[in-house]
Ligand binder design. Structure first.
Ligand SMILES: Cc1cc2nc3c(=O)[nH]c(=O)nc-3n(C[C@H](O)[C@H](O)[C@H](O)COP(=O)(O)OP(=O)(O)OC[C@H]3O[C@@H](n4cnc5c(N)ncnc54)[C@H](O)[C@@H]3O)c2cc1C
Length: 534
């Protein structure tokens, strides 16, 4: 029942994909310089044969035998997502609470039958798209009185079912991975144009369930903006929302399920708003010597009504880590695109604004359609695409590399930024006993504030990685909430962000969400521990 190619259970992508030897060598050299380490004691990736899993506690009934598996590698692939702690546990060969069964439904009826079976035997069901969660969203180690755990892998629901050319929308199955989705739209010259960094190995249903943030740095930032309607299998029945371009009819039924992280139902299909593929592009990168001037330039551009498709400000530290710069300047990657009209004049105006704040750029790159693939923009883009493969290399070396993200209004941004950088640096020093590094970029920007994304690296004590990561994560998350930010702009809540989500969301709202959970999933079999308590 499985394809020959298998996902790695310890890292990103398929088993035949990894960082190249050159990339590995560059990482070793870079982190040797950072931590004054002359030789790395690298752990080899785990193999399924060296891991013995707890015996499955439930057995699939005959009617579901064709779509359920208790194969060891299948269960290993579905234990964890792709976060730093997931990677550490995988390299430590630590899989104490695997799913008892992995179900791969072929159609919506299969989904209904799996939920019925789970309901009958009191098993928890964890919806699984691409498994790229970095917040513990697909983790199968759950608390509660369940007889077993089923990981419900939706990747066989992989088809674009219908395209409405006139409205430029498509009905799409939720388990489709990013590239499969785009390749089915391409013959019609249409695109969803939602490209999270995890695009290659994450699914439409996962994007909707987590409110993922994609390609566009302004305006259509989250998947929310692209959803026309959703179809969801809940333990109490199927719920399909009405296809509408917009509606003022009370609270939005779509919005109840968008961001529900597998706790209220299983998204099986959605009608999605599409776009024509862009054929006009203008891009360049702008250098700033002062961080404050750079953020003010981005604020002015975000409030100008120009709506750049890319407006990613990368601080000097991050520019150095990614090879986009040598560490002395902050870099703004700026791009415009359209399927209808030239965009050079919009880039020219954005550059005029950047110039008013001291920004500098190479004039000879202007007018080149491929400018986003060359120079600083190109170097950063390359690092962005390859970075997912580096985590397993760094974990093997013993380097902690992680990211977290937020959003904040402009009036509070400077304080939040200073606070987060200082707190995270201090806690890394206290916990690991040496200096680490913390950097920042903007992934998305709004007229009223940016979405800052922080990356940090540290050298934890071998064997204490998880505890040390937890201390750093807690201090950074406390600081985010105290400074008025959100615990996540697009990575979702999952299990890892629950304590801070509970502090952020108003009590009355949380009570209403609990009531919705009780109504749709009365036995609380869906993704226990995420967003709401069973
Ligand atoms: C290298 C890397 C880069 C990333 N970059 C980005 C980024 O740029 N932007 C961003 O937003 N996120 C990013 N993420 C996080 C992650 O990719 C997103 O959260 C993504 O939306 C998850 O999609 P998925 O299909 O992998 O879902 P999964 O990880 O499988 O699941 C995520 C959550 O959604 C639920 N779920 C999945 N499918 C369904 C369904 N059909 N019905 C109901 N619930 C479901 C799961 O139960 C879980 O709670 C990144 C992660 C990695 C590892």
């Amino acid at each position: 029942m499985m394809s020959a190619r298998r996902f790695k259970f310890w890292g990103w992508g398929y088993t035949d994909e990894t960082a190249s030897d050159d990339e590995r060598q560059r990482l070793r050299e870079f982190y040797s310089r950072c931590f004054s380490v002359s030789r790395w004691n690298e752990i080899s990736p785990p193999v399924a044969e060296e891991i013995s899993l707890r015996s499955p506690r439930i057995k699939a009934p005959a009617a579901l035998a064709g779509i359920c598996s208790d194969d060891t590698e299948e269960r290993l692939i579905h234990c964890y997502g792709k976060s730093y702690p997931d990677s550490v546990r995988a390299f430590a060969r630590h899989f104490p609470e695997p799913p008892d069964l992995v179900a791969r439904p072929r159609n919506e009826d299969d989904v209904v039958n799996v939920l019925d079976f789970a309901d009958g035997v009191n098993a928890a069901v964890i919806p699984f798209g691409g498994g790229s969660s970095v917040v513990g969203g697909v983790e199968t180690a759950i608390s509660g009185d369940y007889r077993g755990v089923i990981s419900l892998d939706l990747q066989k629901l992989e088809r674009v079912l219908e395209i409405d050319d006139q409205s430029r929308a498509a009905r799409i199955q939720a388990g489709v991975l990013g590239p499969q989705l785009e390749s089915q739209l391409k013959p019609k010259s249409l695109t969803l144009r939602h490209f999270p960094q995890s695009f290659q190995y994450s699914t439409l249903g996962g994007w909707i369930a987590t409110r993922s943030g994609g390609h566009f740095a302004t305006r259509l930032t989250h998947i929310d903006d692209l959803v026309e309607s959703v179809r969801v299998v809940t333990p109490t029945g199927i719920c399909e929302t009405r296809r509408l371009p917009g509606s003022g009819a009370g609270p939005s039924p779509d919005r109840l399920f968008i961001g529900s992280e597998g706790t209220l139902g299983v998204i099986t299909e959605a009608w999605m708003r599409l776009q024509a593929s862009p054929c006009f592009r203008a891009a360049t990168s702008v250098r700033f010597s002062k961080w404050h001037s750079a953020t003010e330039a981005v604020r002015a551009i975000s409030q100008s009504g120009l709506h750049p498709s890319n407006c990613r400000l990368i601080d000097n530290q991050e520019a150095m880590t990614t090879g986009a710069g040598e560490g002395s300047t902050h870099i703004l990657v700026l791009a415009f695109e359209s399927a209808d009209h030239p965009v050079d004049s919009r880039l020219a105006r954005a550059l005029e604004i950047a110039g008013e704040y001291g920004g500098q750029w190479d004039r000879d790159t202007l007018g080149r359609g491929d400018a986003h693939r060359s120079g600083e923009s190109g170097a950063w883009r390359h690092a962005f695409l390859r970075a997912p493969f580096y985590r397993e290399v760094l974990t093997a070396m013993g380097v902690m590399y992680d990211t977290f993200e937020t959003a904040i209004t402009w009036d509070r941004f400077a304080d939040l930024h200073q606070n987060i950088i200082n707190t995270t640096r201090r806690i890394i020093r206290e916990v690991t006993g040496r200096e680490g590094s913390v950097s920042c970029r903007f992934t998305h920007v709004y007229p009223d504030g940016p979405a800052p994304y922080f990356s940090f690296y540290a050298l934890p004590k071998r064997g204490s990685e998880l505890e040390q990561w937890r201390e750093i994560k807690h201090a950074a998350s406390d600081a985010l909430i105290a400074a008025g930010g959100t615990i996540t702009h697009h990575h979702a809540v999952g299990r890892d962000h629950r304590p801070w989500y509970d502090r952020q969301a108003p009590g009355q709202f949380r009570a209403a969400l609990r009531a919705a959970k009780k109504s749709l999933d009365p036995k609380a079999i869906l993704n226990p521990g995420v967003l709401v308590d069973p």
